[in-house]
Design a protein around this ligand. Structure first.
Ligand SMILES: Cc1cc2nc3c(=O)[nH]c(=O)nc-3n(C[C@H](O)[C@H](O)[C@H](O)COP(=O)(O)O)c2cc1C
Length: 378
């Protein structure tokens, strides 16, 4: 039988697939069901010190697209395929006191599964940094195997929270360092993809002592406006704010973020998220250098915790290892990162000689047939 296990930041996982911090991991019953279904680990819904109150109505919706007109809409239509999730959900609306005994009970019931506590506080002053430490110490004291620092929530109004930390390399370092001062377990930093160069913020986290970088959280986005009602497809009193896009639509975007990270820090640890529902997508993250892969949107749409998604991921990994047994691959480590070096500058990509440049007249999708007499090259 294939060896599915991985050791990531010193933690042993029976398989490299985790539910990411989101609704699938917001309760003890969900996490219990997830472990029973086969997930190797979970990252809890982000825990803060202060209760939050979410907006009226739906906190997340799903956009679907149709083959005939490529319309992207939250309206349910027959034959439409998933395009993305959109959410404006805040962190857990349960307190640390609510979470603490649950973390303990879950770990006692599933000692061989991995439970990572996602935490978030402010960062504006020493009191806020102490909040990070309090969250970290409580979670690890209750048995959490690791900590994921949420520097990535895209819709926090406070300037010293969520993705606003992930957009400020100074804060990334300071908060990571504060948590590392008290941490006895590995510390992962989950960065926002909404910066010019995520390598800068990752470097800052590593300077602060981070054991791994996690990417991507959702991408900043707004829902579409219904052309009939002229209302946003999700709104409260007609109003909407920027929220986060996840699911298939972000897969290539998240891969680009991850590729820049794993290329910049080939010896560091990375957990990949974004658009995974099947082993085919997870494989790209592993081949780029990730040691684990996390899933949210696909799991939400599969009985809330993804029992079929994890089945597919495990079956896909087994089949892949089986097919590559001839290459000597026995586990994820044997093929992790082997395609990282294929991403180069555009100027390093081979071009045809001038003579053969217009030799092919096959029509390429999206282009008209080339004009035979055209010789100007741009
Ligand atoms: C409804 C919803 C709530 C989320 N809440 C959190 C959260 O509390 N903390 C966090 O780090 N990420 C949160 N996320 C982001 C996911 O963990 C994940 O990074 C993102 O959805 C991309 O993965 P996907 O393409 O598999 O959905 C949330 C995502 C959704 C859709």
């Amino acid at each position: 039988m294939a060896d599915r296990s991985v050791t990531f930041t010193g933690i042993r996982f029976e398989n490299p697939f985790l539910l990411s911090s989101a609704p699938p991991t917001e309760s003890e019953s969900n996490i219990t069901r997830a472990f029973e279904a086969g997930w190797g680990g979970v990252v809890t819904k982000t825990i803060g010190l202060h209760p939050v109150v979410n907006v009226y109505g739906a906190k997340a919706k799903f956009m679907r697209t149709t083959p005939d007109d490529a319309n992207v809409s939250m309206k349910k239509r027959p034959g439409a395929a998933l395009h993305s999730s959109w959410n404006w959900e805040l962190i857990s609306d349960k307190t640390l006191e609510w979470w603490a005994p649950r973390i303990r009970r879950i770990k006692e019931a599933f000692p061989n599964k991995v439970l990572i506590a996602s935490i978030m506080a402010g960062s504006g002053n020493d009191k806020e940094l102490k909040h990070w430490q309090e969250l970290a110490e409580t979670a690890q004291g209750e048995g959490a195997d690791g900590l994921e620092l949420n520097f990535s929530c895209p819709h926090m109004d406070r300037r010293d929270m969520g993705s606003n930390i992930g957009k400020d390399q100074g804060l990334c370092s300071v908060v990571t360092e504060a948590v590392k001062e008290v941490a006895k377990v590995p510390v992962w930093c989950k960065l926002t993809p909404a910066t010019a160069d995520i390598v800068v913020e990752a470097a800052a986290c590593f300077r602060g002592g981070a054991d791994a970088i996690v990417s991507s959280n959702t991408f900043p986005s707004i829902p579409l406006i219904d052309p009939e009602t002229l209302e946003f497809e999700i709104n409260v009193d007609g109003l909407v704010s920027s929220g986060g896009l996840g699911g298939p639509a972000i897969l290539p975007l998240a891969l680009a973020k991850m590729a820049s990270l794993t290329k910049a820090f080939p010896d560091k640890s990375f957990s990949g998220i974004g658009g995974v529902s099947d082993f085919n997508q997870a494989a790209s993250y592993f081949l780029l250098g990730c040691g684990t892969v996390q899933v949210c949107t696909a799991a939400m749409l599969d009985q809330a915790v993804g029992p079929n998604v994890i089945k597919r991921l495990l079956a896909g990994l087994d089949k892949f290892l089986d097919e590559h047994a001839k290459d000597g691959w026995k586990n994820v480590e044997d093929f992790r990162g082997i395609r990282r070096d294929r991403i180069v500058l555009q100027s390093e990509i081979r071009r045809p000689e001038a003579a053969e440049y217009h030799s092919g007249y096959e029509t390429v999708e999206g282009y008209a047939a080339p004009q035979p007499e055209e010789t100007v090259r741009v």
